[in-house]
Design a protein around this ligand. Structure first.
Ligand code: OOB
Length: 547
């Protein structure tokens, strides 16, 4: 496939021989589960209360896949999936895969800027949306994007009357096409080719697309389900957008479905909502970013809720501070398993039986015996001594070898021998686990959501008041980090944070979670000795000011 970097043949052979790659499609693995656990509950919608058994869910996926095929979706067609956390997001995800398409895992808050970019870069054929999302008209967004992205000619809409030419997902799901057509066969994708396009955290410019193959992704979620001991008695609460790698595959919905468990899917990430859902559905596992855990720990009426069913919080996306980790057992009565994960594939987990110091004070060790990791000095690219800080590099059966359609970026982001350069600064703990200490990449980690500084800076520079600007992370007690922008205005110009954000939302049409939450006006920006913008000084300045 054009724009896709495969694993070299000798690695592919080894991963196959050693049993990591099974040459099954995601659809085949999910269909096995639908049959095996048929009458068990697979999914409960927290908002509607509706429960789907494995069998019912499988039928609906099959039906929707037949509709997609009838509407003209072909093998390897790209489909942008932007539905929020409601059952239709998972039904559509699996139906796209079953019809041979490749879902692009866009996030619900994304706007015209992001979705339009993915549509053009991947030449997407189809876009699946909810009619509105948090008061924005997504059908209008789709119409606008279609003018710019000629490949896009199919729009699927849930939760509202579709505009002319668009299709209602809700009607397709209710229409038993399987009863009236003879040919129910589906094209089978090559298991060595991309199954899903994930989004990168965006280290330079806008997100890159991450091609996850059937072989790599199936192994990824099966291995995760194993490391997290998921079983038929697991009930997992999921309030992180289902498109995130963490939520869909680490172990996420797919790891849970392969294990016979049940997911409680919620569109509300608030602590109060989690506190209500855990006792109501006897949740055993909660997939949460640290910001959600902090929210729960600090929730005033927490003791009114019975959390005894909760066994384990699976957490990652940003660093869980040890002070917070140590509060979990005494205050919430459950354990925590940390994951240092990346949409590019690498996954390091702490294990259930690690000692406290390791479970609470490290971010884990590789989940697969076939993973190769090293910690290098980013300047010399030579491995550092054990315990010293360096950049984490990874290679393995579920770590990609290149971004999709990004040869120039790939030359920088991967070593000559195929290691992914994570941009994370880590050190080796005496236990053999890894501790995250910082990062090289220029992004802001807002409650686990990654925001590329360069992407936001480029949008801000388009404002006619602005001369130069720099976005940096400022500390936040709950979210970890938020975006602070330093701006030097053009002579005689003025700008407030509210004006800037209105410009970013209305004229640049970017997702709301990326907006700066503080604006600092300066006469000049500080430079380093070599004349580069000194972001270290800016980060220190805003941190000191907030103190
Ligand atoms: C997950 O994936 P991404 O692609 O959104 O972000 C990856 C980056 C890492 O490179 C690191 O900078 C940061 O997020 N990160 C952590 C972390 N987990 C991720 N930093 C410190 N401690 C952790 N535990 O965020 C992701 C993917 C799969 C599972 C879980 C998270």
């Amino acid at each position: 496939m054009e724009g896709f970097v495969p694993w070299p043949t000798e690695f592919a052979q080894r991963y196959r021989q050693e049993g990591y790659w099974q040459d099954k499609t995601i659809t085949e693995v999910m269909d096995e589960s639908f049959e095996r656990f048929a009458s068990k509950p697979l999914l409960i919608s927290a908002q509607s209360g509706r429960t789907y058994t494995y069998q019912e869910f499988g039928h609906l996926v099959n039906r929707l896949a037949l509709h997609l095929k009838a509407l003209g979706l072909k093998l390897y067609d790209r489909v942008i999936l932007q539905i929020p956390n409601q059952p239709e997001v998972l039904l559509t995800y699996l139906a796209i895969l079953k019809a041979g398409g490749i879902p692009i895992m866009a996030l619900p808050p994304h706007q015209e800027a992001e979705i339009g970019y993915f549509a053009k870069l991947a030449e997407a054929k189809c876009l699946a949306i909810s009619s509105t999302y948090r008061n924005t008209d997504k059908q209008q967004m789709a119409k606008n994007i279609m003018k710019e992205a000629p490949s896009l000619d199919m729009v699927l809409v849930t939760g509202g009357e579709p505009r002319q030419g668009f299709h209602s997902l809700d009607r397709l799901l209710a229409d038993p096409i399987e009863e009236r057509i003879d040919d129910c066969t589906m094209p089978r994708p090559d298991t060595d080719l991309p199954a899903v396009l994930q989004l990168s955290g965006g280290t330079t410019g806008i997100s890159k697309l991450i091609p996850r193959t059937h072989n790599d992704y199936v192994y990824n979620f099966l291995c995760n389900a194993d490391v997290c001991d998921l079983s038929q008695s697991s009930v997992m609460l999921m309030a992180i957008p289902q498109q995130h790698n963490f939520a869909i595959a680490c172990p996420g919905f797919m790891g849970l479905a392969a294990s016979g468990g049940c997911e409680v899917l919620s569109d509300l990430p608030s602590p109060q909502s989690a506190l209500e859902l855990i006792p109501k559905y006897q949740v055993t596992h909660w997939t949460a970013v640290p910001a959600m855990i902090i929210g729960m720990l600090n929730y005033p009426d927490r003791n009114q809720y019975d959390l005894r069913s909760l066994e384990m919080i699976l957490t990652g996306g940003q660093k869980l501070n040890p002070e917070v980790a140590y509060r979990i057992r005494p205050e919430l009565g459950c354990d925590v398993q940390q994951v240092l994960g990346m949409a590019e594939g690498p996954l390091l987990w702490t294990r259930r039986n690690d000692p406290d110091e390791v479970r609470f004070g490290t971010q884990g060790r590789p989940q697969s015996p076939a993973d190769e990791f090293k910690i290098v000095d980013p300047a010399t690219e030579i491995e550092v001594m054990p315990g010293e800080m360096g950049e984490l590099w990874c290679r393995g059966p579920h770590t990609i070898r290149g971004y999709y359609r990004a040869p120039e970026h790939n030359a920088k982001a991967f070593s000559a021998d195929g290691f992914y350069k994570s941009g994370d600064l880590v050190r080796l703990h005496p236990s053999g686990n890894i501790v995250v200490e910082g990062r090289l990449k220029d992004c802001i980690n807002r409650g686990g959501e990654k925001i590329s500084a360069e992407e936001i800076e480029n949008h801000i520079l388009a404002n006619s008041q602005v001369n130069i600007c720099a976005c940096v992370a400022m500390p936040d007690p709950v979210l970890g980090e938020k975006v602070c922008v330093f701006v030097v205005l053009k002579p005689g110009k003025e700008l407030t944070l509210a004006e800037l954000n209105r410009f970013l939302l209305e004229e640049r049409r970017i997702a709301k979670y990326k907006l700066p939450e503080r604006l600092e006006l300066l006469d000049t920006l500080p430079l380093t000795n070599v004349g580069k913008l000194n972001k270290v000084a800016l980060r220190a300045a805003i941190a000191a000011k907030l103190e």
